[in-house]
Every structure is written in structure tokens, then in C-alpha cells.
Ligand binder design. Structure first.
Ligand SMILES: [Zn+2]
Length: 263
């Protein structure tokens, strides 16, 4: 017969395990609901590129913790004894189970998930767009073709930063849509294995930007696929230029649909 205080402790551990599983599922559910709520593809893209990894990682950690608690309880209840050395055996075994589950999830996030994420982002960004004027599919212009439809500021911004513009045109009606993507959170292409699995690990300001002088930022990357490490230097806009970009960005965001259309 198990004594009452021990039974209470086990019950409490099971409750924490349920809470972790519940929280883990809740995080995933909340993510999916929010994803569905975005109408504009640029907002959906930014959300997926920024939030998918942290949400899945958080939910995986919670799930691993719950497997530790559950396996501890299963082992303890199977042995059916409550001596101190059984406690240690059960603890060590359950930590082992949690580490195995955690490691499998870690492998999944490092090696497989980046490819799934990349495909998902492409599907969002390059999904066919139907012209509301003619009802026909619109054409996406390539980098060379799109420049004549973009302002000088947009072209400069695309070259200098992590912002990408897509220009879609409807040849029948001249209707045009320009979409602005912030690709800052996307993994980069690894120079060693050529997969888009190079993740930013650290960034360090080497030189602070001054009012009229550019700064320098050193970003350290690690490839989650081949473990290649590299660092890249990016210039930071001088403070006066940054203020210009910011006011420009605000102009774009002020457009309610997040899209700019020509008339
Ligand atoms: Zn690589």
C-alpha cells in the first residue's frame, strides 16, 4: 500500500505533466489560429518566418518535460515500491526517456524542419494571385523586370537590407500589386552545403553608426544541416538614412491592406 503523502506527490506530478501537454498543444493551436487570421500574404509570411521555429521549439520542450514526468510515474507505479534507490533509478530512467524524446525533436528541427519551413514560406509568397480587375492570374516579375515598377527608394532598400519586393502585374488591365517582405528571420543559404539552413546565432556591433557615418555589424551563423560556421559583416545605415527609411516604412504600413496598388 502506497502512503498518502507519496500518492499526493505522484498525483501532483501527473497534474504538472498534463499541464505541460495542455500548454504545448495550446501553443500550437494558438499559432494555427493566428496564422489563419492573416489575410495578407506578406503578414502571413512574416508571421511564419518569425514565429514558427520558436513556437515549435517551445512546444517540443514542454512535451519533452511531460514525457519525463509521465515515464517517472509509470516506472514508479510499475515497480510499486518507494525505497530511495528505486526513486533514483526511476529518476535516471525518466530523464533518459525525456532526453531521447528531446534529442529526436532537436534532430527534426535541425535537419528536416528548415526544408519544410522554406517550402511553406515559398508557397505563401508565390501562391498564384488572381487579379480582382480581370479575374485572371497575375504575372510575377523577376528582379530585372520589376525595377521599372519600383521607386528609387524601394530599389535602394532592397539592395541595402533584408527587404524583398515582389511586383505582380495583370497584363490585361494594368493592375499592379507590390508586396513587401521582411526576410530578416529567414535562414540564409549555407556556402558549404547550399541548403537554406544557415541560422543566425549571434550578432555584434563592431562599429556604431554615427549621424552621417555607416556602422558595421558582424553576424555569426551556424548551418543546422552541416554545422558549418561563418560570420558575415553587414553595414548599418547612418542615423540620418535610418530615419529616412523609417518614415518610408511607416508610409507603406499606413496603407490598410498592406499592399500598394497603382491606379
Ligand atoms: Zn550547411
Amino acid at each position: 500500500m502506497m502512503d498518502a503523502s507519496l500518492e499526493n506527490i505522484f498525483r501532483f506530478m501527473a497534474d504538472i505533466g498534463h499541464a505541460f501537454v495542455g500548454l504545448s498543444l495550446f501553443m500550437l493551436l494558438l499559432y494555427m489560429i493566428r496564422l489563419k487570421s492573416f489575410k495578407s500574404r506578406t503578414k502571413k509570411y512574416t508571421f511564419v518566418s518569425k514565429r514558427e521555429r520558436p513556437v515549435l521549439t517551445g512546444s517540443a520542450i514542454l512535451f519533452s518535460c511531460s514525457t519525463a514526468l509521465y515515464s517517472f510515474l509509470i516506472i514508479e507505479l510499475t515497480i510499486g515500491l518507494n525505497g530511495a534507490h528505486y526513486f533514483w533509478i526511476a529518476s535516471i530512467l525518466s530523464i533518459g526517456v525525456a532526453l531521447a524524446v528531446g534529442y529526436s525533436l532537436y534532430v527534426y528541427f535541425s535537419y528536416y524542419h528548415p526544408f519544410i519551413l522554406e517550402k511553406r514560406l515559398k508557397d505563401i509568397r508565390f501562391a498564384p494571385m488572381i487579379s480582382p480587375r480581370s479575374g485572371k492570374p497575375m504575372t510575377l516579375l523577376n528582379e530585372a523586370q520589376e525595377d521599372k515598377f519600383m521607386s528609387k527608394e524601394m530599389i535602394e532598400e532592397e539592395e541595402a537590407s533584408t527587404i524583398d519586393y515582389d511586383v505582380w502585374i495583370d497584363k490585361d488591365s494594368d493592375y499592379k500589386v507590390i508586396e513587401r517582405y521582411d526576410t530578416r528571420f529567414d535562414p540564409e543559404v549555407c556556402s558549404s552545403c547550399n541548403f537554406r539552413t544557415l541560422m543566425e546565432r549571434r550578432s555584434e556591433v563592431i562599429k556604431k553608426p554615427q549621424l552621417h557615418e555607416q556602422g558595421l555589424l558582424r553576424k555569426s551563423y551556424e548551418c543546422t544541416y552541416c554545422r558549418h560556421i561563418e560570420s558575415r559583416d553587414v553595414t548599418l545605415s547612418s542615423l540620418d538614412k535610418e530615419a529616412e527609411y523609417e518614415s518610408y516604412e511607416k508610409d507603406i504600413l499606413d496603407i490598410p491592406t498592406g499592399k500598394m496598388t497603382s491606379t
